[in-house]
Every structure is written in C-alpha cells, then in structure tokens.
Design a protein around this ligand. Sequence first.
Ligand SMILES: [Fe+2]
Length: 258
Amino acid sequence: MNDVDEILTNEYNDNFFASADLYSKILKEKGILVFSEFITKKVLKEMVNEANSVKPNAFKSSSEYNVYVQPTDLTYPINSARNRIMKTTKKCIPNDLISDESFLMKIYNSSKIKKFFCSLLGVSNLYPYSDDLSSVNINYYEPGDSLGWHFDNSDFTITLLIKNCTKGGIYQYFTDIRFKKNGSENHEYVEDILDNKITPNVQLAKEGDLMIFKGNKSLHRVTDVIEGERILVTFNYNNQKGVPLSEQSRKTFFGRIA
Ligand SMILES: [Fe+2]
C-alpha cells in the first residue's frame, strides 16, 4: 500500500510506474501523453463534488495576449502572428482554496507520482510554487469560455480533466512547430495556423484522464465551450525551489497576489 493506491485505477500499478523511460521517449516524440482513466470513478466523483463546492469563490478572468504571451513588439506588423491578440476567459480556484486533505493535493504531493513525472520530464526534482495560489488550480470553462492559441512559458503542463462539456471545448495542438531549423521563431507558420490554413491535431479527453504536454514548443488552445461545463485541474510544478508565479499572472488569473 502506498500513498496513491486508493486513488489510481489498477492500470497505474508498480509496473506502470517502472515504465517511465518508455513514456519519456513517447513524450519526446509526440509532445503529448494521455493516461486514460487515471483515477477511480469514486475519486473522480469526489473531485467534482469538491470543485462544485468551492466554485462560488472562483475568480472569473478575461485575458488578452499574443501567442507568445509577450508584450507587443512593434518591429513586427500589428496583425502579424507575433502581435495578434488571442483571448482566454475562464474561472479559476487557486491552491489556497483547495483542502490539503483533498485527492487533488494527494496526487500533487505524492512522492511516487512526482518521481514518475521527474523521470518522464528528465529533471532531477520538481517543486511547488512558492506562493500559496499557483501550485494546484481548478479551472472552469462555461459556455462561451475558451483558451486562445498560445505557447506556454513553462516547459511542460500537467492536467487532469474532471468534467467534460457536452459540446465544444476541444483541445487542439501543433507539436514542435515553434522554431525554424536555425532556431528562430517561425512566425509565418504560426500565422498560417491562426488563419486556419492548417488543420490542428485534436486530443480528445475523457473525464479522469491525465495529460502531460510540452506546451512551450507546442501551440495549443481549447475551442469555445458550447454546451455544458469543462473542469480542468492543472498540477503546476517548478524545476527550481522557491519560485513564485509572477504577480502579474496571479492578478490576472486569481484576482489577487496572496
Ligand atoms: Fe497552455
């Protein structure tokens, strides 16, 4: 018996955790990994109950940014991929409103899972954010909400879908398209994507699926939710100890910095 035996489905046993090297290779090649039905139905139900009970305190944000999530650079045309404005609207519950006893925190703090993530990502350790808000977040997308095209700032993102909407809310992505062979940003390719000239990859996810992806090289978005509600938990780690999320990001997504 270990710290997450009661949480994970049978497939995620010791054999699975011993296969991190294999999954690491797949992640490197594909840029994305999905572990289907990662948690038991019972745990999933409790997570949704918790998400519903804390939702009245969620902060509704609306943010605008370019796909690089960097300030506008007027050395490029204002309507170029470098500067074009994307939009995200969602509600979010920060870490300090999630119970320490919850299954979400047990997964996040599990030494077994963290060790597996480290092997997967080829890092020696993973640390929580040093602020109280940013490590585990519950994100709610209601009809009309979406996550616009962007590259992440962090090397990787780990998510757990706990509720899926019934229409819309599709995760779309392009793997490893960010840079040209000479290492410079491939704005032209991104522009074709934004102009809908290239068909994106689609990753369908079911409730209870854990997903890991390399979001700083992969352009990705979630299309508008049309019907129902999508609830996505993000498990956010750092390679270094003692690093907070920027004050600006905390203000944007949580409406406060502490
Ligand atoms: Fe992202």
